[in-house]
Design a protein around this ligand. Sequence first.
Ligand code: NAP
Length: 519
Amino acid sequence: MKTLKSYVGGRWHQATAGFSPLLNPATEEVIGQVSSQGVDFAAAVAYARETGGPALRALTFAQRGELLKAMSKVLRENRDELLALSRDNTGTTTPDGSFDIDGASGTLAYYSVLGRSLGDRPYLTPGDGVQLARSEAFWGQHVMVPLQGVAVHINAFNFPAWGFAEKAACALLAGMPLITKPASSTAMVAERAIELIVAAGVLPAGSFQLICGGTGDLLDQLGPQDVMAFTGSADTALRLRSRPALLAANTRFNVEADSLNAAVLGPEAGEGATWALFLKDVLREMTQKAGQKCTAVRRILVPRPDLDRVRAALAERLAAVVTGNPADPAVTMGPLPTAQQLADALGGVTRLRQSARLACGSGERVDGVGSPAGKGFFFAPTLLEAADAFAAGEVHRHEVFAPVATLVPYDGTAEQAAAIVGLGGGTLVTSAYSDDGGWLARFLAGAGATTGRLYVGSDGSAPEAPGTGMAMPQLLHGGPGRAGGGAELAGLAGLDLYLQKVALQGHRAVVNSLAGITS
Ligand code: NAP
């Protein structure tokens, strides 16, 4: 049995009490334990601020990019070991685990290339300079300067590798040290990945610390130069972001929370590539990682005349999903990672059934292929169906974090589809499947304000579209309202959270010199 450690103050810390067990969710065997008891959080914060920050800020963007490249390489070289840990502690099949682990190494690699392209310039300089008086004697230019505190990253259980890596890539490239905390129940992958990165000796002292277990009084240490980036449920986000100390200090707080993402089939979708992509995406988003992705599809909007054929096509595909122990090669969908997640999913379906009926799947626990009967947190892929979108309250309110989605009929107009999407209160991603440019333009005009990303499935995109669940580092990850109101990734914009924008004013030559602008 493995005891997870924290990496603080340049040393590995192993607790001796206060443990929570870590389980293999396919068998319910205890495979590890986690506790942060004894960690000196104030010392960790001071170490980051006083040792990690100066060391990172002394490096150029290109040098910080090299750190990310080295981290990415460590993850790639140890991919098989991390995949096995993901299977055992998170319940992922190999494709599901690689979505997390390759996503982590890929995002680090992407930001390392951005770092290289920025070279040795001192600062990011968003936008052009601007003349502020009659001549260049008084000129203005924005520059982005690294904050001098620590970034605390708290992550959700479903992406133990990508979760820490995508946040770390932006903070480190920006020049800010971090303390990362994976969700306790699935922390084995993050702990081992970070152990390997530390052992590789690629990071400056104090730039990267790890907490496995609770955060104690960590958040009470944070002040105005620090950053809190949280991914998890909306309830936890609200509790954490409303702590008086954080509010009083105006500590930056980015939230990536849950989201009732919608996939919308446009009218007259026919039976071609757009239709096929819609079905493929919805099936993937319902079952990949057992539906436990913040970007998973929860609501499937279908023009009422298409309801029967969509229900039948999805039911046929969901029936072919093999739920079970990911150690069995026949299995295509693993368990939920904890007993609590299973209980939440069961309760969640009960809530959805106040507003929708079961269309396919039992909405219950099932025995898993390759696991002992009665063991494992397996959940049947389940499709529900609402009769009336505007009377389906729970469907637009409650995220069931499991292979569960609800069919929602609409009248085929872009305006009504957008209005129904908006009932979710803000989504990370919305997908629309149509080859009708006019319909799509009206849909964007109506639904754009309530979603962070609009993925358009069409004949043209079908051959290469990766599915709606993939948050790509080039573009924004984050959504308004219920989705947390946060912003991550989006290329260089992902660094903004860790940088102070300074409006530099003075003679043009002086301003440009300070900003590192040579031409
Ligand atoms: P959660 O219960 O809110 O926990 C998230 C993180 O917060 C965990 O690391 C947890 O640590 C920590 N935490 C909980 N209470 C805390 C406290 N009082 N002080 C400090 N840390 C605390 O969420 P989850 O069950 O892990 O994740 C599932 C949710 O995350 C879903 O709703 C999903 O939609 C959302 N999610 C969103 C995104 C996104 O990018 N928008 C991505 C992935 C998941 P412990 O594990 O130690 O309790």
